[in-house]
Design a protein around this ligand. Structure first.
Ligand SMILES: [Zn+2]
Ligand SMILES: [Zn+2]
Length: 367
């Protein structure tokens, strides 16, 4: 495909409104900007949630698609990648979807938690279609000046990169927060793209055992392919039975570290109970607001001496490390198999429905 003077993109007009293909004029590039011809973008659970209005501050109409890979079509003058090498037309690159993190505010400088920077904007999530081609479900993506780009290493095909997709940097961040020690028993709650990448990363961190608690069977088979030692199907066991099962597998104590990647609020208390006393619990799967839970502060937290850590978004370090891991270990784990289906822009609404119904592990958008 060569880009013409009009660019087609799939647009979410509003909360629960059907996705439609719209045409946009090919943008003029300001100095430092890049026009990226999209090779692949993806559909993830976040897209489903934001379509249902579960995320505050989404400026509809929206071109979704936060993590994408493409070919440089044009640059506004000389533009360098993060290694300082000029980008040329035809280069295959990806970019961090998070932009405009300021580096100057209290969160950026004192807390060193740039994912909580108030200036932060995200392609396909908090940039609306009225601001330009700022989402991946489009034939082309406008990379504003300063967007952090990265060339795909020669041994990392675009298919493999997008198979791991946005789940990978999120997972890298969660694994960093989890501080897994050699030989640890690790429970991953959730067998979506974040949980599945976390299975591989937990092993690279030296976990002694990786237990995945999730569903449906298709995803649990993937969890095994990614190297899970044990899978627990939530459709077969009650929450209390699942906790018992994890304890039985961990000397009666529970996991040293549990990573929640489910998107289901009720999973949080269950995960705390699956974790041993004085263990660590990382919550990464509650990216959108889908409700509240009750817990018992005495049993679940204080007496348990439990450490609970939230994990919000990712920064370029997570993105970069994810790409490096994929290039080095891509053959060892089953990332390639995470892709279940490819959809054109016209089929984007169907892709969203299939992800919502858990019919597919990963749906690609190929504009
Ligand atoms: Zn900031
Ligand atoms: Zn995502």
């Amino acid at each position: 495909m060569t880009l013409t003077s009009f660019i087609q993109a799939a647009v979410m007009p509003g909360v629960d409104a059907p996705v439609e293909v719209r045409q946009f004029p090919r943008p003029q590039l300001e100095p430092g900007a890049i026009l990226l011809e999209t090779i692949y973008s993806e559909v993830c659970g976040t897209d489903v949630h934001l379509h249902h209005g579960h995320l505050a501050g989404v400026p509809f109409p929206l071109i979704p698609g936060h993590v994408s890979v493409g070919r440089v079509a044009e640059t506004g003058g000389e533009v360098l990648d993060l290694d300082g090498i000029p980008l040329r037309a035809g280069d295959v690159i990806t970019f961090l979807d998070v932009h405009e993190t300021c580096g100057k505010c209290w969160y950026c400088t004192v807390a060193k938690a740039s994912t909580r920077c108030p200036s932060r904007r995200v392609y396909g999530i908090t940039y609306g279609a009225n601001e330009g081609l700022l989402g991946g479900w489009s034939q082309a993506i406008y990379l504003k000046p300063g967007v952090k780009t990265m060339r795909l290493p020669a041994n990392l095909p675009p298919e493999r990169f997008i198979a791991a997709g946005c789940g990978l940097p999120t997972s890298v961040h969660a694994i960093e927060r989890a501080e897994i020690k050699l030989g640890d028993n690790v429970v991953i709650q959730g067998s979506g793209p974040v949980g599945l990448s976390a299975v591989a990363l937990a092993q690279l961190q030296g976990a002694g055992q990786v237990i995945v608690v999730g569903a449906p069977a298709l995803r649990l088979a993937m969890a095994r392919a990614m190297g899970a030692d044990v899978v627990v199907d939530i459709s077969e066991f009650s929450p209390a039975e699942r906790v018992k099962r994890v304890k039985a597998l961990t000397g009666g104590r529970g996991a040293d570290v549990t990573i929640e990647a489910t998107g289901v609020p009720a999973a949080v208390r269950e995960g705390m109970q699956m974790t041993r006393d004085a263990g660590r619990y990382v919550v990464v799967g509650q990216y959108t607001d889908v409700g509240e839970i009750e817990l018992n502060p005495h049993w679940d937290l204080n007496r348990k001496h439990l450490e609970v850590r939230g994990c919000w978004g990712s920064d370029f370090s997570h993105f970069y490390r994810g790409v490096r891991v994929l290039a080095r270990y891509g053959d060892r784990f089953a990332w390639d198999r995470l892709i279940s289906a490819e959809y054109s822009l016209d089929q984007a609404g169907q892709a969203l429905a299939d992800v919502a119904a858990l019919k597919v592990v990963k749906a690609l958008i190929k504009p």
